[in-house]
Structure formats: C-alpha cells, structure tokens
Design a protein around this ligand. Structure first.
Ligand code: ASP
Length: 356
C-alpha cells in the first residue's frame, strides 16, 4: 500500500461520542462542535493531508439518526465526489452500522473510500480511542495500490483493529474498544503495526458508470422479533400496522418460527396484502436456510422471503431503499434475494453467490 501524501480527504462530522464533552451539571455526554474535535488532535497535522472539514448541522447522538440525515450525507458525498480522494465520516457508534448499510445502498457505483469511524471515549479524554481511529481512517481513505487505484472503494467501518464492510457490520459491544463485528464476512483490513488489507474480501467490482445517489428511503418498515409464547393479538396488530410495506422477521436458528396455525395464517394474510416479510436469523452468525426444517419451510410456504445472511441493519435499510425506489412488493421481494453491493451471500442450491 502507498499513502498518497497529498491526499485530499473530506472529513464529515455528524456527532457521536468522539466529539462529545461532559455536561458539568448532569455529567451526561453531549455532542459538541467540530472545532473542539479538531483542536484535540494536533497529530492530524503530521499526516500532511489536505483535510476538508464539513459539519452536518448540529452534531447529534447517533441514536437520533434518521433517513433524512443519510440523505444529507449522501448529497455531501455526491457534491464533493470529484474534488476529493476519499471520505471519512465521524459518527456515533450506536447506529453506525445502519448508516453504513444505508449509504452502501444509496451510493451506486461508488469508486472511492467512504470510511466511517467514531469512538467509545470522547476525543478529549486521556484514554480516548478516537484519535487512533480517526488517524487510521484517514490513512485508509488515502490508501492506493501500486497502480494508483484506491484500495477501498466501498462504505466501510474502521474501528480499533479492524476495517469491516459497512453493510456486514454490527455493533456488538457497548464498552469494548473493538465495538464492531462482521459475523458473516471477513475483515477488509486488520490494523496492527501496519494496515494489512485483505485482498480477497475488499470490493473488487467495477463501477457501472458515474456515482449515482439513490436518496429516497421509505420508512414504512419494521422488525418482528420472534420469541416463544408470542401473543396472537399483538402479532396480528403488528402485521396490520397501517401503511406498513416491509417487515424484517428475526427468526430462530436457521430461519424457523412457531408452526401455530394462527401465526402461519397471519403471515399468509400479510403477504397477500402485499407486505414483504424478510426472514433473517436471530443468531449472530450464519444464514437462514428456511427449507432445512419443517417449521422454516412453513414460513416459506406462507410467502416469507429468505434474507440469507443479512444483518438486521442491512435487511431493514435494504427494504427502505427498495421501497424508496418505488418498486412493487413483488419486485422488492425478488431484489431482497439479490445482493446489491456485497451485503449478503446467497445460498442458492449449491452455489454460493456473493455481491463481490
Ligand atoms: N450514543 C453515542 C452515539 O451513538 C455512542 C457513541 O458514539 O459511541 O452517538
């Protein structure tokens, strides 16, 4: 890897712990402005990059993130795309994996790095992980191979020792510095003394034209998390939520659910009303293979769609994206099973298809 010394990187700040300071009265962490953040990292000057700072509105705790914020980020990337080598997005960790997934679907033909990072401790604290994360993210955004091509050409999350594909990542720890995991896809890079890129897992597809932003997200979607002893009325009520278009159903093991007649019947009725129900597993690792057990097969026969090994974050944002594009239920159902940008590995008979 070579790091382009004159790299021009856009640093987009949305908020999150990395830029927070403690409120003197309540002692709660609150978002603060960008100057405070940059002031605390004098080492940035040593990188010798041209860093263009951009703060998106008032910084927010990422638990307040909304599709409108994703749209703004995507538009900033679109507007500056030809002027910079790459982007680093500073974001809270709580919903970082949702933003990474959403952006991956919004940014078609992305051919430059979009590296999302943040920290578990504010950047002003002595033991902060924010400084290292920020500097490594900038170096990755500037990294090129011997042919001068960007090494990372996708939306990725850099956290502590790893670079993960954004739409494969999940926040798994509320207090470890290594806060993210990608349970169904290997790391894009391992950070140690050096940055070891994993050639086999980084996106190597060629763009099919210029960057195209798909900003529309339809939020008429939700999760249905299965558990033993679910209440019939509650489930019926949920599936009959007005205007609902898509549901990500978190099922047991390899895609199983209860075989109670009322449950199967409610699913069938919901599918008949045009609701797309996507089956993903509650397990942190593995794939939905709904035909493996009779209980899973009954879900498929009721019209439920296999979400294969999608993360919950990728599944819900993919539904928002596809409905946002205006596709019919039938089309959304079909497209949920086809990878768009490396978010899933499809088990299709004996062939393992990936979006890579
Ligand atoms: N609540 C914070 C946020 O997501 C947590 C963090 O940044 O780590 O904005």
């Amino acid at each position: 890897m070579t790091v382009d010394k004159r790299a021009r990187i856009m640093l987009i700040y949305t908020g999150g712990t990395i830029g927070m300071i403690e409120n003197q009265e309540t002692h709660a962490l609150e978002p603060f402005n960008f100057e405070h953040l940059i002031e605390n990292v004098p080492k940035l000057k040593m990188l010798n990059f041209e860093i263009i700072n951009y703060q998106i509105g008032d910084p927010i705790d990422s638990s307040s993130m909304k599709p409108q914020n994703w749209q703004t980020i995507a538009r900033v990337i679109e507007n500056e795309y030809d002027n910079v080598d790459g982007f680093v997005l500073l974001h809270g960790t709580d919903t970082m994996a949702y933003t990474a997934s959403a952006l991956s679907f919004m940014l078609e033909n992305l051919d430059k790095p979009v590296i999302i990072t943040g920290s578990q401790l504010p950047i002003g604290e002595v033991r902060t992980d924010g400084e290292e994360n920020l500097i490594t993210a900038l170096q990755i955004a500037a990294a090129r191979n011997r042919q001068g091509k960007h090494i990372i050409r996708e939306v990725a999350i850099l956290f502590d020792n790893y670079l993960w594909r954004g739409n494969r990542s999940t926040k798994h720890s509320a207090d470890n510095f290594n806060a993210f995991q990608s349970n169904n896809y290997p790391e894009l890079a391992r950070i140690g003394l050096g940055i070891q890129f994993n050639k086999d897992s980084i996106w190597n597809g060629e763009p099919n034209g210029k960057l195209k932003v798909h900003p529309e997200m339809d939020n008429n979607v939700m999760f249905l998390d299965l558990f033993p002893g679910m209440n019939e009325k509650v489930v019926r009520h949920t599936l009959n939520t007005p205007d609902i278009k898509g549901i990500v159903m978190k099922s047991f093991g390899s895609g199983n659910g209860p075989d109670d007649a009322w449950f199967i019947e409610e699913l069938k009725k919901a599918v008949a009303r045009g609701i797309v129900i996507v089956n993903i597993t509650q397990c942190s690792n593995g794939c939905v293979l709904p035909e493996r057990y009779r209980n899973g097969l009954e879900l498929t026969q009721a019209g439920v769609t296999a979400g294969h090994d999608l993360t919950a974050e990728a599944a819900i944002t993919k539904l928002m994206h596809l409905f946002g594009e205006g596709y019919s239920s039938e089309e959304v159902k079909k497209r949920m099973e086809i990878p768009i940008c490396g978010e899933m590995s499809c088990y299709d008979g004996s062939i393992l298809l990936t979006g890579n």
